[in-house]
Design a protein around this ligand. Structure first.
Ligand code: SF4
Length: 396
């Protein structure tokens, strides 16, 4: 019965390896993969390769599996920061609904829609990076490559099981064709590698493909709890002060595995109070206060359903050692530290995408393709009757 106790739908999932293999063997399809930031942390720790080598290893592995194009979803994390921070600054300066909660974790979004729909106006309207990337590929890339939507088969590779449900939401499809056709978790990707008898030693590292090749260290941090808030602060401080942020890029106080972390920044007379929460049980006291209309002392709140963020996602292999999760976190921190681009707004491929396609953050086209709306849902993702808020066992 535990599958019915999970508000994220994260305890049972349908493997999608078979349908991805069929697409890879269908000559009428151009098959595109994009890979979430946290997946490289698993590859580095599993195969003992350096953090910097893990990213090209995954691109090489997916090309060997037969994917035509491989993109990095840290690119869509950068895109999320452009949209979500712009939305946040608009709310702060324009008297919008405050505080703003992040919306990039579908486990958290599922929880709000089923348990606390009254706080929906506080959720950012941004789609998750997965759905931003799907919409961008099925519209911008399809146009660039001269491909019809139905001839593009888009596969997301993630640490997450809630993202399988998210990709099937009807609002993320146009004329019945979904933006993301299949979602593989990292365990499924490794199983495909085994089924094709690919020896890790034979994988030839490759670069990710244009036009979404360049990613920032801030986008990579999305895999860790605190990473979304840290990336947003790197942009918010710069926008509020009007001065390029050259140092103090590291907001170490909101990293790590504590259930609730916080920081405050001040720029140009504006104070931004940030909370970072991972593990839904840690979020509930704050949600209840927001639902009652009480002041909570925060302006921006990042919430990730998994303790420690996506590096702990249920779609990853089970951690082998007691310190495995800390090692996964460090992989992403090391990649950020060694990145030439460490702020989402400095990513040249992001700037090009806005110049050539979206115009500017929160433009009409960006709203159409990169934002969404949420609604109250009866029952959980498996169709079971939702439990009552008074059932505290539900949250343990
Ligand atoms: Fe998925 Fe967990 Fe990451 Fe949320 S925190 S997006 S549920 S892996």
């Amino acid at each position: 019965h535990c599958v019915n106790a999970c508000p994220c739908g994260a305890l049972r999932y349908t493997s999608e390896k078979g349908k991805v293999f069929r697409a890879l063997h269908d000559p009428s399809k151009t098959v595109v993969a994009f890979v979430a930031p946290a997946v490289r942390a698993i590859i580095a720790t599993r195969y003992g390769i350096s953090p910097e080598a893990a990213t090209p290893f995954i691109a090489g592995l997916l090309k060997q599996l037969g994917f035509d194009k491989v993109f990095d979803n840290a690119f869509a994390a950068d895109l999320t920061i452009m949209e979500e921070t712009t939305e946040f600054l608009d709310r702060v300066t324009g008297q919008g609904v405050m505080p703003q909660f992040t919306s990039c974790c579908p486990g958290w979004v599922n929880f709000v829609e089923r348990r606390y729909p009254e706080i929906i106006p506080h959720l950012s309207t941004c789609k998750s990076p997965q759905m931003m990337m799907g919409a961008t590929i099925k519209n911008h890339f399809a146009q660039m490559a001269g491909l019809a939507r139905q001839d593009l088969y888009v596969v997301s590779i993630v640490p997450c099981i809630a993202k399988k449900y998210e990709a099937k939401r009807p609002e993320f499809a146009t004329d019945g064709i979904p933006d993301v056709d299949a979602v593989l978790n990292s365990v499924e990707m490794l199983e495909m590698m085994d089924l094709k008898l690919i020896d890790p030693a034979d994988v030839v590292p490759q670069e990710y493909d244009e036009p979404y090749r360049m990613v920032s260290g801030a986008g990579i941090l999305f895999g860790n709890s605190g990473g979304v808030a840290e990336a947003a602060l790197r942009m918010a401080v710069e926008k509020l002060s009007g001065v390029p942020l050259a140092d103090h890029l590291d907001f170490t106080e909101i990293r790590g595995f504590d259930g609730v972390k916080e920081t405050t920044i001040e720029a140009n007379g504006v104070k931004v109070r940030v909370a970072v929460i991972s593990g839904l049980h840690n979020a509930e006291p704050i949600i209840q206060k927001v639902a009652r209309g009480e002041e909570i002392g925060y302006d921006l709140i990042e919430i990730m359903a998994c303790p420690g963020g996506c590096i702990s996602g249920a779609g990853h292999p089970v951690p082998e050692k007691i310190d495995s999760l800390e090692k996964r976190e460090q992989v992403l921190i090391d990649i950020d530290m060694s990145s030439k681009i460490r702020k989402s707004q400095d990513n040249p491929d992001i700037m090009k995408l806005y110049q050539e396609f979206y115009g500017q953050p929160n433009s009409q086209l960006a709203h159409e393709l990169l934002h969404t709306h949420y609604y109250q849902v009866e029952g959980d993702t498996l169709g079971a009757k939702v439990l009552k808020k008074s059932d505290s066992a539900f949250l343990t």
